[in-house]
Design a protein around this ligand. Structure first.
Ligand SMILES: Cc1cc2nc3c(=O)[nH]c(=O)nc-3n(C[C@H](O)[C@H](O)[C@H](O)COP(=O)(O)OP(=O)(O)OC[C@H]3O[C@@H](n4cnc5c(N)ncnc54)[C@H](O)[C@@H]3O)c2cc1C
Length: 414
């Protein structure tokens, strides 16, 4: 057996936004921390790379609203500590048919949390956000506050802050096993593909679309998290709209509810291009992606529905009927679209916390999720971790799944 040289209070597996925020939060609590990543740091093969993610209070599920508020505060604190910005505040616009249940849920969730949001009719949307929108009959908008986060820069920021507080970061260290050490309170041993072994009092798994594979290999627990290959599309803006669709002009980030759900951000990363894409994707093995646009798949194109939506809702805004740049990304979907933040249980009890299934909307929550995970790892209770940020943890418990994949989940409820 290799020499067991390195001991940590917490070992975190996976250095995307969740692992990087968790490492920083743990170090803020004075813990000794190791953050392990299977690929290069800031690689493009997971979910946290790129140039834009939206942050918005407007959520159909009311329990996410206080999490966004706490996260916003933590984003700003991290920005002040590092000395540069990773978020640009923008308006946010939700759209859809007035009778859309999801849109109505967004409106009532904003109301119940006293979020500053205005319901707008067709012409008010065009007046407020320039003439680029021509909502179909029967559609409404909901204007609220939000922002656009730069993901790669944000992950790098949390890693830099973590290093400053003494966190040890190692990339090219794929974790292949986690073993419970005999005896109460002795924690776990984490082994990597390179034959290295690390001891941790606690372990947090933030492995993105690989979470299901790693957790199943180590514990046998089969979490319902489906990796999806998704495609981000950038469209060439017509010259006459270039000044109105750009970040800083008042143009919003947006979510259009309906089938399919379309989301977008103002033009920021590529001058003259706007990001408009479809929420969803094709089931994939994260280790064997084909990187296609879906056009040749029975599951259908991930691009054509966006073109149709643009024709219907923002006609005349873009130059071509195809995007000029596309980029692949990974979702990790749960059946209900809610996160998993829980202990894996079994022989590991409360020594191993798992955070995954962020279902295409987790980035904005990185800082608050990091805080919850550290509370769970240190204090060993989910409920207390949730109340520290004003959220009930039942929404994120493994035991909520219809076919209890842990068999004895109740044992670990708080
Ligand atoms: C196209 C797209 C648009 C999105 N838009 C938004 C948005 O607007 N707003 C929003 O809030 N969210 C958005 N999201 C969702 C958000 O980006 C994700 O929820 C978030 O990035 C997930 O982060 P993560 O840390 O869980 O996963 P990842 O970033 O994938 O990180 C997991 C890391 O674990 C590593 N890893 C895996 N297995 C191992 C192992 N065995 N050993 C060591 N390391 C391992 C991986 O290599 C990876 O680096 C979007 C996602 C996509 C794909």
């Amino acid at each position: 057996m290799a020499v067991l040289a390195d001991h940590f209070d917490v070992i975190i597996i996976g250095a995307g936004i969740m692992g990087s925020c968790t490492a920083y939060e743990a170090a803020k609590c004075g813990l000794s921390v190791l953050l392990l990543e299977q690929f290069d740091f800031l690689h493009h093969l997971g979910s946290s790379h790129g140039e834009s993610r939206t942050i918005r209070y407007a959520y159909p599920e009311p329990y996410y609203v206080p999490m966004v508020a706490k996260s916003f505060q933590l984003w700003e604190e991290a920005e002040s500590e590092i000395g540069y910005r990773v978020i640009t505040k923008t308006p946010h616009l939700d759209l859809g048919p007035a009778d859309s249940k999801t849109l109505q849920s967004v409106i009532s969730s904003c109301n119940s949390h006293s979020i500053d949001a205005q319901v707008l009719n067709q012409s008010q949307v065009s007046e407020k956000f320039g003439c680029s929108f021509e909502l179909p009959d029967g559609w409404i908008g909901l204007a609220s506050e939000g922002g656009v986060i730069k993901p790669t820069k944000a992950v790098a920021m949390f890693q830099a802050l973590a290093i400053k507080r003494g966190v040890v970061l190692r990339d090219h260290e794929e974790v292949v096993d986690i073993k419970k050490l005999a005896g109460d309170g002795n924690g776990v041993m984490v082994s990597t593909v390179n034959g290295r072994k690390f001891l941790g009092k606690k372990c947090v798994v933030t492995a993105g679309a690989w979470t299901q594979i790693l957790v199943k290999t180590v514990t046998g627990l089969d979490l319902p998290m489906q990796p999806l290959h998704t495609v981000i599309c950038y469209w060439k803006i017509r010259e006459s709209y270039e000044k109105t669709l750009v970040s800083g002009s008042g143009f919003p980030s947006l979510a259009s509810y309906g089938d399919p759900l379309i989301y977008g951000t103002p033009s920021v990363e590529f001058p003259g291009l706007i990001k408009l894409a479809m929420h969803g994707g094709h089931p994939c093995d994260p280790n064997k992606r084909t990187w296609g646009l879906g056009s040749d798949s029975s599951a259908g194109s991930l691009v054509d529905p966006v073109g149709k939506w643009i024709e219907k809702v923002m006609p005349g805004c873009v130059e071509f009927d195809k995007p000029v740049i596309t980029q692949g990304c990974l979702y990790s979907m749960t059946p209900d679209g809610d996160f998993v933040l829980d202990f894996v249980g079994g022989e590991f009890g409360r020594d191993v916390v798992v955070a995954g299934g962020f279902s295409g909307h987790g980035f904005k929550m990185g800082p608050v999720v990091g805080k919850i995970l550290v509370e769970m790892a240190i204090k060993g209770g989910a409920a207390a971790a949730g109340s520290a940020v004003g959220v009930e943890m039942k929404w994120f418990a493994i035991s909520r799944f219809e076919h209890d994949c842990r068999g004895n989940a109740k044992e670990y409820e708080d």
